[in-house]
Design a protein around this ligand. Sequence first.
Ligand SMILES: *Cc1c(COP(=O)(O)O)cnc(C)c1O
Length: 415
Amino acid sequence: MEFEHVRAEDQSVADALAGEVDRQEGTLSLIASENYVSRAVMEAQGSLLTNKYAEGYPDRRYYAGCEYVDEIEQLAIDRAKELWGADHVNVQPHSGTQANMAVYLATLSPGDRILSLELSHGGHLSHGHPVNFTGQLFDVEHYHVDPETGYLDYQELKEKAESFEPDIIVSGFSAYPREVEWETIQEVADSVGSYHLADIAHITGLVATGVHSSPVGVADFVTGSTHKTIRAGRGGIVMTDDEHAEAIDKAVFPGGQGGPLAHNIAGKAVGFGEALTPEFDEYIQQTVDNARTLGETLAEHGLSLVSGGTDNHMVLVDLRDSHPDLSGGTAEDSLAAANVILNANTVPGETRSAFDPSGLRIGTPGITTRGFDEGAVEELADHIYRLIDNHDSEDVIYEVGERIDELCAEYPLYD
Ligand SMILES: *Cc1c(COP(=O)(O)O)cnc(C)c1O
């Protein structure tokens, strides 16, 4: 990746871009929400479509000259429908948070009630956190995971729903390693007359391939990110049934956004097309197999995993049992010093702070895109454990770092 046009006119940005290329090539990202798009997706996203205004929807635009944008957006919509089996898809949200905003805008008025999973138990900022617009505009109550088992506490969810009488229940999570029982949550929503938004941001790829059960056709609304386990570039998506289609389209535009990012929508179209191939099914299966192997290997070394393991693409390590004096932030720093990039995360029943919590969230989508299989993951898990256990040893960090450099070269990204 040369960026020759940027370099010709802007050395500073070109230098930083070149630095980021080296950083991505030379580190292993185990951030559960990150992945790597193909060059095809990148080319579409970096295209001249960024020049085009196209407020409205295919064949219903407020600007002339939209014939190709229409074609591209329609391809993205049709492929998304095929991937997730939804009646109606809006591919315009700029991000997963914007997708959620569209659902709230379509269903709630300020002061209405949201019932969602607490952030520190695996929820998301856009599910009603006080620093987010959702926490500022709406009345929010939370359900939790059972701190003993790490599994969602559906009984508490039901009791909270009965006493709080929410207008919408939000399911779908940022840091939850287990399968979600959509039907169980839908039954609760039905019993209290509430909408149900299933936010599958993290697991769009797992749901599309049937590796995780689908909330499409169960929940009223399903939102997702297009850059996590679906490798279609940064963005969001909303899916719903025919009944709510018009309300959602109005809520995305003009409700919460102006002109769509046609270049991002082209990236989505290309990425969704890639996800419809049999290779993508294999990729997702390998991602989940890798996460299981990662969890099992770390557990063999004596680390505690929230819920004892994983059904999806991530594991959550709770350091309190094995390394009570080590914070997630310190472990994150030692790993980063050896070019293993992941994030510290809160664990259910957190006893440290949100800023420097007790856990680590470790995801396999990125390394699986690089070509890691279970054998390579076992080795990597051994290195991760060594870095955690010897977090203040410069010798260990140096030695493991050398091996990570070799692995990065063995599993290149954009060769
Ligand atoms: C990642 C994520 C989102 C969307 O995040 P954006 O950064 O706005 O794209 C929404 N919900 C959940 C549960 C997520 O994990």
